[in-house]
Design a protein. Sequence first.
Length: 132
Amino acid sequence: MTTELYWMTLTVLMTALFWLPYLLDRVVVRGLFTTLSSELETGTNHSLWAQRAIKAHQNAVENLAIFVPAVLALHVLNLSTPMTRSAVVVYFFARLLHYFVYAAAIPLARTVTFTLGWLSQIALLGTVLRWL
C-alpha cells in the first residue's frame, strides 16, 4: 500500500469516527432512551460545542469528495512524490485539528487548519495535472 493510500484510508476512518463525540453529547443532554428512540428531533438540543462538531464533521465529509478522488487518481497514474506523501499526512492532521478547533470555537485556528487541508488538496491535484 502506498503512503498516499495509507493516509487516505486513515483520513476516511477518522472522518467516520467524528460522529462519536457528539453522539456522547446527545446521550448526556437528551438521555440514553431519547437518544435511542425515534424521536431524536424533539427535546433538548446538543451542547454548543457538539453543534459545532456536527458542522465540522459535515465539512470533513464534504472535503473527502475532493481528497479521495485526488489520491485515487495519483494511485491510478502511479504518481508518488515527496510532496504528495507529505500532502496526505498534512491533510490528515489538518483535518483532525480542524475538527477540534471548530468544535472549540477557535476561529483563527479553524481557518488556518482548513487552509492547510485545502492547500494539501491543491498539491495533490496539481500533481495529478502535472502542474507541480
